[in-house]
Structures are given as C-alpha cells and as structure tokens.
Ligand binder design. Structure first.
Ligand SMILES: [Zn+2]
Length: 267
C-alpha cells in the first residue's frame, strides 16, 4: 500500500515536470516564431528609412498588395529594388514618386534683424535643432550663454544642426544678462519667451515690436529665463498651451517664436 502511494506521488510530480517542460517549450517556439519576423521587419524598416538618399529621384511611395496589410511607405528604389512588404512579405506596388525637392526661399520678404540669446540651454540636441531652425528663419546671429554648449567643443550639437553651426554667426558668452544689457544699449528690443503673469500671448494684437532689431531670449526648461533678464525685457511673451504641460520643448518653442516675430513684420 505504502509503495503504491509513493509511486502515485512520484508519478504526479513527474507528470507536472513534463507538463511544465512542454508548456515552456511551446511558449518558446511561439515567441521565437513571432519574434523573428517582427525583429526582421523593424530592422528592415530602419534600414529603408536610413537609406533614402535626399538627392535620389527614384524614391517612390510603395503599397503592399495584401488588402489586410496595405502598408504604405517611401522607398529608395536605387537601394531596395524588388523588395517585398517588410510587415507581411506580400508583393509591393509602386504607387507615386515623391514630390521633387523645392527650395522655399524668403523671396520679397522684409526680414527683421533678429538675434537669439540662449540663456543656459544645456542640451546639445536642442541647441542643434535651434541652430537648424535659426538658419531656416534667417536669424542674424546667436549668443550661446552660460551652460549652453559651444558647437565647436561639443560634437553632439552637429547631429541635429546638420551643418547650420558652420553657416551661422554665433558666439559663446559667459553671462546672458550682460549680453542682453549690451544688446539693449545697441538699440535691440529684448523679447523673452517665458510663461510669466505679466507675459502677453505671442498671438496678441497688443504685442507690438517697436523696432526691427529684436533679441529673442529663450531659457532652459527647468529654470526658465533668468528673472534679471525678464526685468530688463521690453516684452515677455508666452506660447498658449493646452493639456497638462506648461511648456514646449525649447527648440519647438524657439521655432514658433521666431516665425511669429518674423510674421509680425510681413505685410
Ligand atoms: Zn504587407
């Protein structure tokens, strides 16, 4: 009786171990079956977007023929001729060529003389993005102050600046307040972008620029613009926000502010 009881217990334990082993094996097989194509597709998609040559005239929007998938994306056919759908492996159809590159120049526009003062903007990526935007908006120059990195000493800036740092006039200064005082002496109107109680909306009709010489001041996201600069500013301006966040990424705020200032000088 006792032997039978031990045998029964051993059998149940063995049975459980086998069951657990088989279940794990199944999970492993399912995960590896699903995982492999998904990883392959992600890698292929990364490769596809990275290899689109901006100068290539052979970039087409492609679409997967499989109705359930219908994946549509741009592909540089000089790099990826004859590829199948990266998501489902289905056949791809060539839909339309991308639009030809076009340079949207500032033609017949009166650009104000705008300088950017960056008050302790630490992120090299944000600085790079600001430089790229500043070049597009046609700023006269930039003052990179305090903790703001110097593009010639921080190679991470070039990643998002895409060469703008070499085409723009900029200089690093240790003190943003002194820089603003100098600009004010030279007749520049100091405009700070900051959410403060006395600030006006950037879209406000009462916001008027007295001169076409403007120094636009942006601060770092945690500390904001130096209160001593706000004190001497001619205008403090905020960008209206919906949702829970009270501020935008500094490079996005810079783009909005720059183009809004410029648009105020267009007829
Ligand atoms: Zn597909």
């Amino acid at each position: 009786m006792c032997v039978f009881y031990i045998n029964a217990v051993l059998f149940i334990i063995f049975h459980h171990i086998c069951l657990a082993f088989i279940t794990n094996l199944y999970i492993l097989i399912i995960v590896s079956r699903l995982g492999a194509p998904l990883t392959q597709a992600t890698n292929l998609l990364k490769q596809i977007s990275a290899t689109i040559n901006p100068m290539s005239s052979n970039v087409y929007f492609m679409q997967c023929d499989l109705k359930e998938c219908c994946f549509r994306f741009p592909l540089d056919l000089d790099q990826f001729e004859g590829k199948v759908c990266p998501l489902c492996g289905g056949k791809l159809s060539k839909e339309v060529p991308r639009l030809a590159q076009w340079q949207p120049d500032w033609i017949d526009t009166q650009l104000p003389e705008v300088y950017l003062v960056l008050d302790n903007i630490r992120s090299a990526h944000n600085l790079g993005s600001i430089l790229r935007t500043a070049e597009g908006a046609g700023v006269s120059g930039l003052y990179l102050c305090g903790l703001t990195p110097s593009p010639d000493k921080n190679p991470a800036v070039a990643k998002t600046a895409l060469g703008s740092e070499q085409r723009l006039t900029w200089q690093w200064q240790s003190n943003a307040l002194r820089c603003c005082e100098h600009l004010k002496e030279k007749g520049f109107q100091i405009v700070c972008i900051e959410a403060a109680p006395q600030a006006k909306s950037i879209f406000s009709k009462t916001l008027q620029y007295k001169t076409s010489k403007i120094a636009l001041v942006l601060g770092s996201e945690p500390a904001g613009v130096d209160p001593a600069i706000i004190e001497l500013a001619d205008e403090v301006v905020y960008i209206p926000m919906s949702g829970e966040k009270s501020s935008l990424n500094v490079s996005v705020a810079c783009g909005i502010a720059l183009y809004s200032v410029i648009s105020a000088f267009q007829n």
